[in-house]
Design a protein around this ligand. Structure first.
Ligand SMILES: C[S@@+](CC[C@H](N)C(=O)[O-])C[C@H]1O[C@@H](n2cnc3c(N)ncnc32)[C@H](O)[C@@H]1O
Length: 259
């Protein structure tokens, strides 16, 4: 039987089929006119979030390198490539999402290197990047501060784009350099840095381990050697790498440089 559809309709139908086979998608990408997650529970995600902080990022990344840790299907990697980044590397622990990212790169014609790698192994990259993206990963980790230490120690050179889910108070109380052993009241202050441990699940997701309040997210960044330059969106921070000396209780990074 003769086909009644046009080549354009056939192309869309083929794309829809391949996108569906690679699902479910967390990133709603637009691939050749087809959306990958049009029914996303957070709306047109992460496009809607990105629009709220995109203006804080350098518009021209020509000649710059970018590492996207926990890249998922590559939304931020592709956006950095659109800004002219010379080299973009996306890493993720989940092959399911990497398959999506590689497929999307092919459809978009975007030259991004996607690698299966966890944040614990980034020392093996043996390379520093001008921009490191660490969005939406911290609270998925059993050892969140170690991840920030590793990023500082091994891969960040200048900018860190950071986001974490936050719960609890949004106030940030001033923190003293020190407190007497008998001073306990500040622990009860809503704006004191606090992180909730998720023993079982949060939002039906057993990969949610630790959820900081705002003060804690900011304190962890500072403590790991990242100066907060701006907070362009509720949970998003643009930070700059700073020199750190080791704390008195030993070296800050306990993971091997080579994975
Ligand atoms: C909530 S998604 C965030 C995706 C993307 N960065 C964003 O902000 O839209 C978390 C991603 O981090 C990845 N991930 C979780 N643990 C990781 C780890 N230890 N190392 C690298 N990636 C990890 C997951 O597979 C997932 O793709």
């Amino acid at each position: 039987m003769l086909s009644t559809s046009s080549p354009a309709e056939d192309r869309i139908a083929d794309l829809e089929e391949r996108i569906s086979a690679l699902g479910p998608w967390f990133h709603n990408l637009r691939l050749g006119g087809v959306q990958t997650a049009p029914q996303h529970f957070l709306g047109d995600y992460p496009q809607v979030k990105y629009e709220r902080f995109a203006q804080a990022l350098p518009t021209d990344l020509s000649g710059k390198s970018v590492l996207d840790i926990g890249c998922n299907a590559g939304f931020y990697s592709f956006e950095m490539k659109r800004r002219g980044a010379e080299r973009v590397v996306g890493i993720d622990s989940d092959e399911h999402y990497l398959a999506q990212a590689r497929f999307a790169a092919g459809v978009l014609g975007a030259e991004v290197e996607f690698r299966k790698m966890t944040v614990w192994e980034i020392g093996a990259l043996a390379e520093r990047f001008d921009v490191v993206i660490f969005m939406g990963v911290l609270y998925h980790l059993r050892h969140p501060l170690l991840a920030l230490d590793l990023i500082h120690e091994h891969v960040a050179r200048d900018l860190l784009l950071f986001q974490s889910m936050q719960r609890g108070s949004r106030t940030v109380a001033p923190v003293s350099e020190d407190y007497d052993f008998l001073d306990k009241d500040h622990f009860e202050e809503p704006g004191y840095p606090k992180m909730s441990f998720v023993e079982h699940k949060y939002a039906h997701d057993e990969t949610n381990w630790w959820v900081p309040n705002r003060a804690c997210a900011e304190a962890m960044l500072r403590s790991s050697g990242f100066r907060i330059e701006s907070q362009p969106e509720d949970e998003v921070y643009l930070c700059r790498w700073t020199e750190l000396s080791d704390p008195p209780d030993g070296p800050r990074c306990v993971y091997p440089a080579r994975g």
